[in-house]
Design a protein around this ligand. Structure first.
Ligand SMILES: *[C@@H]1O[C@H](CO)[C@@H](O)[C@H](O)[C@H]1NC(C)=O
Ligand SMILES: *[C@@H]1O[C@H](CO)[C@@H](O)[C@H](O)[C@H]1NC(C)=O
Ligand SMILES: *[C@@H]1O[C@H](CO)[C@@H](O)[C@H](O)[C@H]1NC(C)=O
Ligand SMILES: *[C@@H]1O[C@H](CO)[C@@H](O)[C@H](O)[C@H]1NC(C)=O
Ligand SMILES: *[C@@H]1O[C@H](CO)[C@@H](O)[C@H](O)[C@H]1NC(C)=O
Ligand SMILES: *[C@@H]1O[C@H](CO)[C@@H](O)[C@H](O)[C@H]1NC(C)=O
Length: 362
């Protein structure tokens, strides 16, 4: 199935290359073909997904979940460790068990790194008084946006529950190098429940892999959800703190054969300033909002091509059954899509992130 679908995408891609010098309508027709292919392919994927559900999670994950261990972190010395970093250091590399790191309430000023060699880590906070992990590195201080993250996760099968991720560096409009990431997630098959991500520019680096966010709050000023992840955000609040014009997302997809995109379902868009729902980082940027309440801060144009018009026919920016004053479609850019039921389906369930093989719903 996979080679075939990639093959089809590559064919469509080559086909569109052939016609890039030709008229826009050719490209558009080609793109529409892809859209209907995507909807049909979903039916196939759905059958696969149903089989995966019967089989349940993959073997490595099943084994890890049946071998859980717990360690505790508390700043007052009453736990196994006083810092999250010390707790992580105690876990053997190439870990095969689910390790639940219970973190007592408090503000943890630590730069937390979870390397690829530490899969199956859960950071668990108290839902009544979640711990905050905070830092204030910025791109200009540490060299790159990538390295500014307060918490950076390169491991797979990561879970966070009731945790506040923060980068407190302020965003000064017009100054360079202010990108300040609260969390970077680069490992695949990661899930976040009841978490908050607070920062200014570039808060949540949804870098790569399959990710699930449920009941989370994400706050920032510019491009505050960005990257090449393939992620489903359910029941989340996206809170803009910009005072001017900014974009909520900057989804990066540079090639039509890449499996990446952000899907927001049953979320709320609130806050200050005026925002685009997304701006295209890469020619094939892909973002869908469904069943989402949008406050009046959303610009009527809705989406931005980041000043590159060839992206207009290549990005996939869709809306489906959204509500609120910001969801008025009247002034949208002509290349924004109002999705049909069929077109929306591939994006609005956990099959979008192949959840059947790995997602443990809490
Ligand atoms: C999320 O928070 C609510 C309210 O504090 C709590 O009832 C719920 O159990 C939390 N969810 C998880 C997965 O811990
Ligand atoms: C980060 O915090 C430290 C200590 O509080 C402070 O000295 C530094 O100026 C801050 N850096 C930024 C970029 O805000
Ligand atoms: C979602 O999180 C909020 C707090 O962040 C909590 O009050 C609420 O109970 C949570 N809802 C669910 C369904 O867990
Ligand atoms: C939508 O999200 C809200 C809160 O974020 C939650 O209370 C509600 O149950 C969600 N609805 C569905 C259908 O998931
Ligand atoms: C959005 O952010 C502002 C500024 O930090 C804050 O005052 C407001 O309570 C936040 N709204 C939500 C819904 O989190
Ligand atoms: C897109 O990806 C395919 C497969 O990885 C690769 O062969 C092709 O060269 C890429 N195209 C561009 C324009 O990067």
């Amino acid at each position: 199935m996979v080679p075939k679908s990639h093959f089809q995408i590559i064919i469509l891609f080559l086909f569109s290359l052939l016609y890039t010098t030709s008229s826009y309508s050719h490209i558009e027709a080609d793109f529409d073909k892809w859209v209907s292919w995507n909807a049909k392919n979903y039916e196939k994927k759905n059958v696969l997904e149903a089989k995966r559900k019967v089989r349940g999670p993959d073997l490595k994950l099943r084994q890890a979940e049946s071998n859980k261990v717990s360690i505790t972190v508390s700043q007052d010395g009453s736990g196994d460790f006083k810092t999250i970093t010390e707790a992580l250091k105690s876990i053997p590399l190439g870990n095969t068990k689910r390790v639940i790191v219970s973190i007592a309430p408090g503000v943890y000023r630590e730069k937390v790194m979870i390397p690829r060699t530490l899969p199956f880590i859960t950071l668990l906070g108290d839902s009544g008084d979640p711990p905050t992990i905070t830092g204030n590195d910025t791109a200009s201080v540490v060299g790159r946006t990538f390295q500014s993250a307060t918490v950076a996760v390169d491991a797979s099968y990561f879970v966070a529950i009731n945790i506040k991720f923060e980068n407190s560096a302020p965003h000064v409009i017009g100054r360079r190098g202010e990108q300040a990431v609260a969390l970077r997630i680069s490992g695949t098959k990661a899930a976040f429940y009841n978490c908050s991500f607070n920062g200014a520019q570039d808060t949540l680096y949804d870098h790569k892999g399959l990710h699930y966010f449920n009941n989370c709050s994400i706050q920032g000023s510019v491009d505050f959800i960005f990257g090449s992840g393939k992620s489903l955000y359910e029941n989340c609040n996206l809170n803009s703190t910009t005072k001017k014009v900014a974009s909520i997302t900057a989804q990066k997809r540079t090639n039509s054969s890449l499996e990446s995109g952000f899907s927001f379902k049953n979320c709320t868009v609130t806050g200050s300033g005026q925002v685009y729902l997304g701006r295209a980082w890469g020619d094939y940027s892909r973002v869908v909002f469904s069943y989402t309440y949008m406050d009046n801060i959303v610009l009527s144009k809705g989406w931005s091509d980041w000043g590159d018009q060839k992206r207009d026919s290549r990005v996939y920016y869709g809306e489906y059954k959204c509500s609120g004053p910001g969801a008025n479609l009247a002034g949208r850019v002509p290349w924004a899509r109002v999705l049909t039921d069929e077109e929306a389906k591939p994006f609005i369930g956990i099959q979008f992130i192949e959840g059947g093989t790995w997602l443990i719903r809490l």
